[in-house]
Design a protein around this ligand. Sequence first.
Ligand SMILES: Nc1nc2c(c(=O)[nH]1)N[C@H]1C(S)=C(S)[C@@H](COP(=O)(O)O)O[C@H]1N2
Ligand SMILES: [Mo]
Length: 362
Amino acid sequence: MSQDRLIVLKEWPFNAEPPLKQLIEHPITPVDLVYARNHGPIEHLIAQKFKVKVDGLVEHEAEYTLADIQKKFPKVEVVAAMHCAGNRRRIMQDKKDKPVEGVLWGQALIANVRWGGVRLRDLLLAAGICDPPGKEGTMYACFASHVTTCEEDDWYGSSVPLEKVLSEDGDALLAYEMNGKLLWPEHGFPFRVIVPGYIGARWVKWVDQITVAHRESENFYQQKDYKVLPPEVQTKEQAEQYWSRLPPILANPVNSVIASVGLCDGELIVKGYAVGGPAGPIRAVSVSIDGGLSWIPARIKYQEGRWSWTLWEATISLLDGSVECHGIVYSRAEDTSGNTQPKDTDWNLRGVGYQGYGEIRF
Ligand SMILES: Nc1nc2c(c(=O)[nH]1)N[C@H]1C(S)=C(S)[C@@H](COP(=O)(O)O)O[C@H]1N2
Ligand SMILES: [Mo]
C-alpha cells in the first residue's frame, strides 16, 4: 500500500492528488492513484473490533462488524466516480485572480472505482424505518465517523436525503471493497459510504454510525463548509452569517477537464475526462479552438453504467483553416438531462463547485 505516486499538497492532514495525465490512462482508477482528501488523521483500524451501528428512526438498532456485514447481506458492485467539490479550486483562483481558502487542488480530484459492499437500502430495510406520526418533511440518512477528531470538529459526518439511499437505483453503498480488494486504511477500512453522483464530502470514511433522522447531520462539514458562498462573502467572519442560510452541496455539477493536448501531422489530439451528477450520465463532450464559437464533437472512449466518469478524446485538424485558432482548447460536457458547463463560474471563498469549460493552452 503506497501513495507514492500522488502529489502531496498538504502533509497534515494528508491531502494529495494524482498526476492528471497518469490518472486518465486508466478507465478504472488503480487504488494507488486515488486522491487522498482528509480533514483529520488517517486511521488504521482493526476490523474484528470495529462496528458500524444503525440507529435513529429505525425499529431495530443493529451493530455489525465487517464479517457480520459480509455474512448477512448480498455483496453488490457499483462503478462510480468519487469527485471532491474542491476539484479545480486552483483554476478558480487563477482565473479570477483572487485567493480562495483551502488546499489549492488541481484538476485530478476524482477517482473512478469499482466499489463493492452492501446496499445502504438493504441495511436500512433490515433495520425497519419508522416514520413517527406528526413529523413531516424530508428524512435523512446521517453518516458519522467518531474514530478521530478533524480540523474543524470532533468527528466527521455528513447526511443525504433518505430517498437517495432508499431508491433502488440510487446505488448508495456501505462499501468495504475498492476494485475487488478490501478498502485501504487511507480510504476508510473497514467501511465507507458511497453515494454515487454526490460530492465526495458525503462519502464518510471509517463510518461507525448510520442514523435515520428528521434532520441533517450536525457536523461542521455538513452545516458549514461544502456550501457555495455568494461572491460578496470575502472573509471567514462574514461567512459565519451565511452558513445556516445556504443549502449543502449534494450533487456535483457537470464538468469536464482537459488532461493533455498533442500535435501530430497537423492534427491536435486532445484528451480528458468528464463527469456528471445525479441528473444523468454524460451524453456528449465537445471541444473548441476558436474561443467557443464553433465546437467539434469528441469521441467517448469509456463509460460504464450510470455513475462512472467519461473518458474522451478529440482530433482537430489545423490544416483545413476553416476555424481561427486561438492557441487554447476548451472542452464542454453535456449530461443526458441537457445540463452543460458555463464558460466560467463565479468566485466563492472556499473555491468549491468550479465547473467552467475545461481548458488547456498549446
Ligand atoms: N471520516 C472522513 N471521511 C471523509 C473525509 C474525512 O476527512 N474524514 N473527507 C471527505 C472528502 S471531502 C472526500 S472528497 C472523500 C475523499 O476520500 P478519499 O480520501 O478516499 O479519496 O472522503 C470524504 N470522507
Ligand atoms: Mo472533498
